[in-house]
Every structure is written in C-alpha cells, then in structure tokens.
Design a binder for this molecule. Sequence first.
Ligand code: EPU
Length: 350
Amino acid sequence: MIVENNVPLQPYNSFGIVARAQNLVRIASEADVAELRADPRWRDAPRFVLGGGSNIVLTGDVKPLVLKVEIKGLRLVEETPRAWIVEAGAGEIWHDAVQWMLEHGYPGLENLALIPGTVGGAPVQNIGAYGVELQDRFDSLDAIDLDTGRGFTLDAAQCAFGYRDSVFKHVRSGPNDFGLSGRALITRVRFRLPKPWKAVVGYLDLERKMEETGNFTPSATDVFDWVCAIRRAKLPDWRVLGNAGSFFKNPTVTPEQCADIIARDPKIVHYPMDDGSIKLAAGWLIDACGWKGKSVGNAGVYERQALVLVNRGGLENPVTGGEVMTLAKAIQTSVYERFGIRLEPEPVVV
Ligand code: EPU
C-alpha cells in the first residue's frame, strides 16, 4: 500500500476539472483497507472514496485522503432456475461489466449500457436508464466500514434505494440512523439477473427503435445496441466533452402544482408516478428557460440535452468547479422564478 502525494485528479473525473488530491491511495483489495487502518497516520484521517469520478464536481484540491477503488473481478456466483447471480468488483468499469455479462450469457443490465462510472458507484446512485434501475437487478453488496474496519453485506432493503438515492448518500445523524456516507467503502456488488430474460422496451425511445427497425422481439444484444445508439445521439461522450451526466434530478410535484403549471405552460413534459405524484422532466424545464447551448465561462449547457452541463474548455483550458456551480445556480434560479420548482443537483460537490 502506497500513499501518493499531490496526485492530479483531472484524469479521474469525467468533467476533466483540474484539482489535486493531497494524498491518494489505491485500493485493489480488502487487504489494502486493512493495511491502511493498521497505519496510525491514516487510520482516523478524514477520507473521500472515489470510484469512476463520473458524478462529482471538484471545487478545489481534495484534502481528505482519497481512496481510489480499483477492486477487480467478474464471476458467476450462482445459477438457479430463476436467476443468474453475478458478482463484480467495485473498481470494474460499469459498461465493461455490463458487456462482459451479456457476452457470457447473463443478460439483464443492457438498458443500463454506456452509463459512465464504476460498479461501486452504481448502488450509491441507484443508477437508472430506459426503464431499468439498478435496484431492479440488485442482489447484495459487500462493503467495509472504514470507521471500524469491519466487512459487512447489505441486501436491497438495507441499501434503502430511492430515485438516484441510497443509504450511501446519507450522513449518519444519530444512533438509529444508518446513513453510510463517508463511512462505507463498497468492495463488491452482486446482481440478480432474472430468468428467463425478458426485454424491457416500454421506454418511448426504445419503442421508436422497434418501429424503426421492425424488430418487435429484440434480443438482449439488440436492446444493448439500441441503448448505446440512443445515448450516443443524446448524451455527450465525457472523453470528448467533459460532463457528469444529468446534472439535476427530475423533480416531482403534486397533481395540484402540476395542474397549475400546465395552465401556464400546456406543453410541459410530465409523467404520473405510482404514488400519485407527478414527475417533471428537468431537461424540459431548463430548456423552456432558454438555457440550451448557453455558457458561463467554460461551463456550458449541452445543445442536445439541457439537463447535461459540459466542460467547454477541454483538457487544455478546463472548466473549474466554481464555473460549473455558478452556472448550476443560475439555472436553478431561473427555473425557480418561472416554475416555482427547486431543482436538486445530482452530482456530489466536493
Ligand atoms: N427534454 C426537452 N429538452 C431538453 C431535454 C429534455 O424538452 O433539453 C424533454 C425530452 O424531449 C423528453 C423529456 O424532456 O420528453 C425527458 O428527457 P429524456 O427522455 O432524455 O430523459 P431525462 O429525463 O432527461 C433521464 C435520466 C437519465 C437517463 C434517461 C433515460 C435523470 C435525471 N436522468 O433523463 O439519467 O439516462 O432518463 O432513462 O433521471 C443520469 O442520471 O445521469 C442520466 C443520464
């Protein structure tokens, strides 16, 4: 185990923001965590767990010890008549893990293809796209409590998944609170992929693909290819144009609030939810306020999807975290002034 000093973080965040880690350690196995905890210099040091860096905004150098998770491994752990259970190391690249499972005959994650980041970040965020959320395909995960050094396993209920939310995003505030933010390092995730496999193609964009191709009984590989094509057409590739995916969550409102907005803006995109609330498309709200294609310094609003903020300066003259947050605040203010809705950012601001 080597603690590196003054490590550039630009290659480790998908915005391409320049910042440094004062101290960084690469965690390739559970033993690395044990070694770290055995060292009195680091045992109680403040720390920050870094996965793929695809959902963070760095607003300065990172002073806490950065634990960069690089735990690898992909394997089928169990096959039952009802499911394949596949385990992946938290440091595996998410998209590569999805592809590996598909190629080895364990389909089920194809709707989540091309999502940036690592396997360990997926449950933190409860990633979701095109009709599937991680929680729909989740079995359990292993993690280490960095305060005590103890390993533990959580099932789906214990992860308390919500929309882009889980127990890993919440700070513990009392003895009866299980918030694990800053405390847990996820080491391995197991997926439960139901048998027989069934395509999830109810999402509008996928229905369009079926119409276009005339293929109404797609294979898992077809769905994978369609999702990749849809994402490539709508979302910028962070390797070319830095970004952190959707920058805001889609807000929910009451039917009364929604009726009020429809009266003023009949075209508003809204979806009724199972619990009676109404989900609004944040991208539409931002677009309606005229932000598409606009910039503040090197922070811009993507031309083809207003929900994505991008780094217009590339790696040479990159956006700063301050510019991203200034743009985000300006967007929040104008959406609030026009619609009375507070948009909540999705990425973690560091
Ligand atoms: N829209 C506009 N203008 C825009 C952007 C969107 O009018 O600039 C409209 C679209 O026409 C559409 C609606 O808003 O009617 C929703 O857009 P879209 O279907 O592209 O999905 P989204 O709500 O913007 C969500 C997730 C994505 C996920 C897609 C596909 C959130 C915050 N975002 O986006 O997740 O890939 O659905 O399922 O929930 C992410 O979380 O980083 C992410 C990319």
